[in-house]
Design a binder for this molecule. Structure first.
Ligand SMILES: Nc1ncnc2c1ncn2[C@@H]1O[C@H](COP(=O)(O)OP(=O)(O)OP(=O)(O)O)[C@@H](O)[C@H]1O
Ligand SMILES: O=C(O)C1=C[C@@H](O)[C@@H](O)[C@H](O)C1
Ligand SMILES: [Mg+2]
Length: 167
């Protein structure tokens, strides 16, 4: 079993939002590794960061990706930083990996200034810029498809991805 599409990209790219819409269009299930990690840990991502640390979160995340890539045959959204794991990058080879691109200003607007995202609590704009600059080459290197999302509704993005996927 393997996913029809794996969505990657920074916070605010729309992986969860577009992923859910795409799954609806394809008539398949949606899964999100952030939700899987929360289910295993029994608490929100932000609490895992605070109480257990980012390193522990990354371990749980890598495990969640490993499981989802073999158990799930629908649309899979990864957490924004899941691609930081070398194991995850290797496991993504051979899968349809869709990189949702977003520019800094729209990413900042989408995640909101009072962000619940633990990595963006302080100085969200500058932290998001640094994170996006560092990760862009990683996302690009893994992507089999790149889809721009600036100035586009989530539904339009989902339609473009659906058209480009193999039946
Ligand atoms: N194309 C879009 N246009 C406008 N708003 C969008 C678009 N895509 C997503 N959003 C909005 O941006 C916010 C963040 O989207 P979402 O949670 O799907 O991002 P994400 O990529 O899953 O982020 P994370 O890495 O933190 O999980 C949501 O409020 C969503 O409604
Ligand atoms: O970009 C990131 O590193 C993160 C994105 C979210 O999806 C969550 O996985 C968490 O907030 C970390
Ligand atoms: Mg998400």
């Amino acid at each position: 079993m393997s996913p029809r599409a794996v969505l990657i990209g920074p916070p605010g790219a729309g992986k969860s939002t577009v992923g859910r819409l795409l799954a609806g269009r394809l008539g398949t299930a949606f899964r999100d590794t952030d939700a899987d990690v929360e289910a295993v840990a029994g608490k929100p991502v932000s609490d895992i960061f605070v109480e257990d640390g980012e390193e522990r979160f990354r371990e749980l995340e890598a495990e969640a990706v490993r499981r989802a890539l073999t158990e799930h045959d629908g649309v899979l959204a990864l957490g924004g930083g899941a691609v930081l794991s070398e194991e995850t990058r290797e496991l993504l080879a051979g899968h349809p990996v869709v990189y949702l691109e977003v520019g800094l200003s729209q990413a900042v607007q989408r995640v909101g200034l009072a962000s619940a995202r633990p990595l963006l609590v302080l100085n969200p704009r500058s932290r998001l810029k640094k994170l996006m600059d560092e990760r862009r080459p990683v996302y690009e290197g893994l992507a089999t498809v790149v889809v721009a999302t600036d100035d586009r509704e989530p539904g339009e993005v989902a339609d473009e991805i659906a058209k480009g996927l193999r039946p």
